[in-house]
Design a binder for this molecule. Structure first.
Ligand code: NAG
Length: 309
């Protein structure tokens, strides 16, 4: 009697846990999933009722929106550090398809135009500002610095490891990886998506997932942090810079720093005793060199995101 009971209990537990495992959103932790009576699992974004396709990446616009929800609640509680007016992260307006609306405004009616990566590509204006179209970010440059090591990696090994990472983790078709250059400790990756088919993931979404992975705040629904290995050795990324280049030059009145680049986002990483911590996000916008130490805010975003189901 007892062994049979044990087997039954085991079976029940196995079925229950497999059902649970089947109904989570692998590609997006900012979701709530529920299984209906016929076993179909549907996942919706936290704070909105948008259904998410968990077989692919969620768009950056919808991710940023989901990330803003705890911050908004904080503001309602009279928290002094609303990030709504910050340039890096804001509460975006998304189209039904999930892409950014060309014009974004904050609650104080300051408006600006963005590209498909959601990065500001115009001066800020008031409600009368119009953005005629959403301009595509067709080139993204990722610059990585890896931790010092006694000898450099082999170039083909670095290339293969990163190609594999982008293909398997971010579902990016390799034809969009235009180049990977390596000169220890600098790795440069050029993503080129001049022409994109409808079902392909967008390089802006890929870059955002990658950025979040590097910040140790992965969007993926697992507790595992990103580990990249090159020929069996860990590739520890210390610093990441992302350059966004649009199909059309950005519309800033001020002198251009570098042709066509709308913004550079820099993520500086330091290895702390307890793991990797985001210390500073530096951001340059055209000629105005603009440094923002968002240490506190980033910690808050991180703390908030950890509390989500
Ligand atoms: C991007 O790809 C297009 C063709 O798909 C090519 O014409 C263009 O030169 C490429 N640009 C860069 C900077 O790689």
């Amino acid at each position: 009697m007892e062994p049979l009971f044990g087997v039954l209990l085991g079976l029940i537990l196995a079925v229950a846990s497999s059902a649970q495992n089947n109904c989570t959103c692998v590609t997006n932790k900012w979701t709530v999933c529920a299984q209906d009576d016929s076993g179909n699992c549907t996942c919706t974004l936290v704070g909105s009722n948008r259904e998410v396709d968990c077989s692919t990446l969620t768009s950056k616009c919808l991710l940023m929106k989901a990330e803003m929800i705890p911050l908004k609640e904080k503001c309602f509680q009279g928290h002094p550090h609303g990030l709504l007016d910050s340039d890096g992260i804001y509460n975006p307006d998304c189209e039904d398809s999930g892409i950014f609306k060309a014009r974004q405004c904050n609650p104080t009616d300051t408006c600006w135009c963005v590209n498909t990566a959601g990065v500001r590509r115009s001066e800020k204006g008031d409600k009368s500002l119009s953005c005629s179209e959403l301009v595509r970010t067709n080139l993204i440059y990722l610059e990585l610095i890896h931790k010092k090591r006694s000898s450099a990696f082999d170039v083909p090994d670095v290339r293969n490891a990163l190609k594999h990472l982008f293909e398997s983790r971010y579902k990016l078709h390799p034809k969009y990886i235009a180049a990977i250059k390596y000169n220890s400790p600098l790795i440069q990756i050029r993503l080129n998506q001049s022409e994109k088919s409808r079902c392909d993931v967008d390089i802006a979404d890929v870059a955002y997932y990658f950025e979040k992975d590097i910040k140790d705040d992965s969007v993926f629904n697992s507790n595992s942090t990103l580990t990249v290995t090159v020929n069996g050795d860990a590739l520890d990324i210390e610093k990441l810079q992302i350059y966004y280049v649009d199909e059309k030059p950005p519309e800033f009145c001020t002198k251009q720093l570098a042709a066509n680049i709308s913004a550079v986002v820099t993520v500086v990483m330091l290895i702390a005793g307890f793991g990797i911590t985001v210390l500073v996000i530096l951001r340059w916008l055209r000629t105005r060199k603009y440094k923002k130490a968002e240490i506190k805010e980033m910690e808050e975003i991180k703390a908030q995101s950890l509390q989500l189901p």
